[in-house]
Design a protein around this ligand. Sequence first.
Ligand code: ZN
Length: 75
Amino acid sequence: MNEQKAPISECPHCHSSKGYYTKSQVSGVVYYRHNYDGSEQENDDMHDGLRHDPRKYTYCINCGKRLFKVEEIGG
Ligand SMILES: [Zn+2]
């Protein structure tokens, strides 16, 4: 199981094999509930109000340069 496998094994710019990252722009509202005594309530759905807008490209963790498209992951 390796669904996040990249189409490359190192960064073509800096030759680092540290990995890649993807970016998502997130907007929305987070609800974080407390009881009046200060204890936490169930907050499992706290991110349900967020809208994720994933970006198309991946970037090198080491040098930050653009690498490959997200859609190439795991192919
Ligand atoms: Zn790099």
